[in-house]
Design a protein around this ligand. Structure first.
Ligand code: C2O
Length: 546
């Protein structure tokens, strides 16, 4: 039996202020946020689902977790506390390198603030995990309280689990939340839709459920002889927004801002409105774009964020659907079906309104990195090693697994060009911790098979004459994605050129932390998968700054 769509109201997640105000002056604040096992109602007709939820208390914990609202320039400190039981609620895979407590039981967790520019010790390295009450900690664990600087662009971040080998199941269990950095000094004059009613965060992900309400995760492999337990990618049939399956929202005839986070493990969304209403883009991952751009659809990969204004006064229908038509895996997987092609429903009130919000001509311009400043060019090849019966077994970056020593060692504060070569069949959203980048162009590879053969042997793009192959058609970066980002979609069969700045705080201020300290950072594809004998749960590699 199918769950009925559009029966639950869209909730807003609780908000937690990441700063104090003392005598009118904002001061940094210490938050205590726990991870709890509890039951969560994803749908009116679905029995309560056991989840792992972030919150200040068990009672207030939610899926997704509370939205943390930070203030630019004021530090937020968080003691992330693991209150989870000794056993996971989902089946995890002991055959891949995984954080595993040896002396006591417990679910290892560690929190990464995705998009943050901060010190390595607060970055949530996969091996800095900890269990309930810090009874056991991973090899790179150093501290209980994480320090977030909030000195970067005002914009949209999110926090999520990052524990070695368990990220996939910990996210599926619910360890996800939004984090917004605001800077009233530069944002107020824009007069974009603001306040709880008109500035909403939408955290979107897919899940499947059993009839008893529990989250369904398949525990038999596509091909058990290669992969005894799981399928590499997780796709669920129900689409959840702010913790409810296919919710509905009644809106007034005026502009709203939506900060939309794709928190799925593997699903891409190509959002569009069934009544043709447009998205007016104002920002993307962690930053504003220069000026608003309007589009009729928007492709958002796992972990990408799109920040849009929607003007409901332009709606010609009373109700309509936010829909999705992205195949899964993207781009050449199955087409969407009735369930996963619908996200949520909007009902527009009849009454006309005076709208005081506007869409300014200019937003906030952060000067582009200059190619002339680039210290060097790196070639990063994403390559899936497939067995003879066609199951992917390893997904490596430059032929190296996660455990290999960091090969990318940029200098703090510098600019580099990265040419990312995607030799897999799927689109991979590349995420770089600490590095903000601008996507410049995508160029199709010609004679890919020949190039692949060489790369299989040497894993060296220069030695394999990348220039000879990167000669196909050029694809432009969509206008609304030309600003600073921390995730960009690497088209399969293409080389994507990005210009990256490490530890970029959009000012010439010196970096107030030691970005070169252990345990460093990561860069990885954000399709969170599980491949046998890989050692990574996100095809990641260490990034060490020097
Ligand atoms: Cu969204 Cu390494 O993280």
């Amino acid at each position: 039996s199918r769950l009925e769509m559009f029966v639950d109201e869209l909730p807003d997640m609780p908000k937690i202020r990441g700063f104090d105000v003392v005598d009118g002056v904002p001061k940094s604040k210490l938050l205590n946020i726990g991870m709890f096992k509890k039951n969560w109602k994803f749908h009116r007709d679905l029995p309560p689902t056991p989840v792992f939820a972030y919150g200040e208390t068990t009672e207030s914990a939610t899926v997704p977790g509370p939205t943390i609202e930070a203030l630019h320039g004021i530090e937020t400190h968080v003691t992330w506390r693991n209150h989870l039981p000794s056993k996971h609620i989902l089946p995890w895979d002991p055959t891949i390198p995984t954080a595993q407590p040896t002396t006591r039981k417990g679910v290892p967790t560690v929190v990464h603030l995705h998009g943050s520019i901060g010190e390595p010790a607060s970055d949530g390295n996969p091996n800095s995990w900890f269990t309930n009450a810090f009874q056991q900690v991973g090899p790179t664990w150093t501290r209980k309280t994480y320090r977030y600087l909030n000195r970067q662009h005002p914009g949209n971040l999110w926090y999520h689990d990052h524990a070695m080998g368990l990220t996939r199941v910990n996210l599926l269990a619910g360890l996800i939340g939004a984090y917004i950095i605001r800077d009233p000094n530069v944002e107020a004059h824009l007069r974009l839709p603001a306040g709880d009613e008109f500035d909403r965060t939408l955290v979107v992900f897919d899940r499947s459920f059993r009839t008893d309400g529990s989250i369904y995760m398949n525990s038999t492999g596509n091909n058990p002889s290669i992969h005894p337990q799981w399928q590499p990618e997780y796709f669920g049939d129900a689409i959840i927004v702010n913790g409810k399956a296919w919710p509905k929202l009644t809106v007034r005839r005026r502009k709203y801002r939506f900060r939309i986070i794709n928190a799925s493990n593997a699903r891409f969304f190509r959002f569009f409105f069934t009544n043709g209403l447009r998205f007016i883009h104002v920002g993307s991952d962690a930053a504003y774009i220069k000026r608003p751009v309007s589009s009729k659809d928007v492709l958002v990969g796992p972990s990408e964020i799109t920040d849009v204004v929607v003007d409901f006064s332009k709606s010609k229908s009373k109700s309509f659907i936010l829909a999705n038509d992205a195949p899964y895996p993207y781009p050449s997987g199955d087409p969407v079906n009735e369930a996963n092609s619908k996200i949520m429903k909007f009902v527009v009130l009849d009454h006309p309104e005076v709208d005081t919000w506007r869409i300014p001509k200019q937003l906030i311009y952060y000067p582009k990195a200059d190619l002339a400043d680039a210290m060097r060019t790196r070639y990063i090849a994403m390559y899936e090693y497939t067995s003879d019966i066609d199951e992917p077994t390893h997904l490596y970056l430059n032929g190296k697994p996660y455990e290999a020593a960091a090969t990318e060692t940029p200098k703090v504060g510098t600019t580099e060009v990265w040419e990312v070569i995607n030799l897999t069949e799927d689109n991979h959203p590349l995420h770089i911790h600490l590095g903000l980048f601008v996507a410049l162009e995508q160029r199709e590879l010609v004679n890919v098979e020949e190039f692949k053969d060489c790369m299989t042997k040497f894993n060296d793009a220069i030695r394999c004459h990348i220039g000879k192959y990167a000669r196909g058609k050029r694809v432009k970066v969509p206008i609304h994605e030309r600003g600073w980002k921390n995730v960009f979609k690497m088209t399969p069969g293409f080389v994507t050129k990005i210009i990256v700045r490490f530890a970029y705080l959009h000012s010439n201020a010196s970096y107030p932390f030691d970005a070169t300290a252990e345990p460093g950072y990561l860069y990885h594809c954000h399709v969170i998968m599980n491949l046998k004998s890989v050692g990574e749960n996100m095809a990641s590699k260490g990034l060490a700054l020097i």
